[in-house]
Design a protein around this ligand. Structure first.
Ligand code: FAD
Length: 283
């Protein structure tokens, strides 16, 4: 049994995030993508979960398929908002029975229309506690270097995060572009007595328009100088090179500053992630 907790104890980790495919065609494409990304030798991969359970089956199928056919661990994401305790317990039992040893425990976002939360959970910490009670999984949680957009204040966000990380085994961050946001968060956590490893999440900007939109939703500041270089690129190949150079430089700064690994938001694409993995000195 390989847990991410053990991997982090041994050294820096390289991990890739995927979203679950919606169609059989997309499923075949993801398998081909993973075939190519396997050569980059990831320590683990993770698969996102649609808030409220919208990808419950496809996340599960993708994770179990990866676990069966690949040598590295696959970690499902699970969001708790909108689920009942009984549903969460069933999901945990099912994953445990199928040999899943790692889980990224998230709150997820409340319904967009402002309707009351129909489930039993409000915050990710409650899911961490349920996982501790019903499983022996290695548990990861989300961290926001630039502070979660729904936080009451920076101080309250950091103390909630420290409490959640102390209950979990590791964190993975939302994407960000300025390494100092990550180092500042680590210092603030340290001053709260929290030293749980937090893996920085890095997104290669292969689609500037959609990354800008995601950044707006997550409260992440975009690097306008990078966007200007991407806009000035003459063709898609040059734009890819600009995106890869920026991600490599960000990752190298993070690793040099002591980050315990790097988690790449692949957006289910091969080229950028392969090129980045070839150029970073992670091990
Ligand atoms: P929490 O840790 O619960 O925090 C949410 C907010 O509540 C924060 O502002 C926090 O400060 C505050 N808070 C926490 N506890 C309390 C308390 N007791 N009282 C008052 N305030 C409190 N979303 C998906 O839908 N699917 C995914 O697969 C997914 N994967 C993700 C992966 C990563 C690495 C990251 C960083 C995010 C991911 N998300 C995903 C997004 C995430 O679900 C949302 O950002 C969600 O809004 C917050 O989730 P959380 O787990 O950080 O919540």
């Amino acid at each position: 049994m390989t847990t991410i907790r053990d991997l982090l104890d041994r050294g820096r980790t390289l991990s890739f995030e995927f979203f679950p495919p919606k169609t059989h065609e997309a499923q075949a494409k993801l398998r081909a993508t993973v075939d190519l990304l396997e050569k980059a030798d990831p320590d683990f991969v993770s698969v996102t979960y649609g808030a409220g359970g919208t990808t419950r089956e496809s996340t599960r199928e993708t994770v179990l398929d990866l676990l069966e056919h690949r040598s590295f661990p696959a970690m499902p994401h699970l969001t708790c908002v909108g689920h009942s305790y009984a549903e969460i317990q069933d999901l945990i039992d099912d994953y445990q029975a199928h040999g899943v040893h790692n889980m990224l425990a998230l709150a997820g976002d409340p319904p967009e229309d402002g309707s009351p939360n129909p489930g039993d959970f409000r915050y990710a910490l409650e899911l961490v506690e349920a996982l501790r009670e019903h499983s022996d999984m290695s548990i990861g949680v989300a961290a926001f270097p630039e502070v979660h957009p729904r936080s009451e204040s920076r101080a309250s966000d950091r103390s909630r995060l420290a409490e959640k990380l102390n209950a979990a085994d590791f964190g993975i961050t939302q994407f960000f572009f300025d390494p100092s946001d990550y180092f500042c968060m680590i210092d603030e956590l340290d001053s709260l007595g929290c030293n749980t490893p937090v893996i920085p999440g890095v997104i290669p900007v292969i689609n500037p328009k959609s990354v800008r939109r995601f950044a707006g939703m997550n409260g992440s500041a975009v690097d306008e100088a990078l966007w200007a270089r991407l806009d000035a690129a003459d063709d898609p190949d040059e734009r890819l090179e600009v995106a890869v150079d920026a991600a490599v430089s960000q990752i190298q700064t993070l690793l040099d500053g002591g980050a315990p690994g790097v988690h790449i938001y692949t957006l289910n694409q091969v080229d950028a992630t392969v090129r980045i993995s070839e150029r970073i000195d992670i091990r």
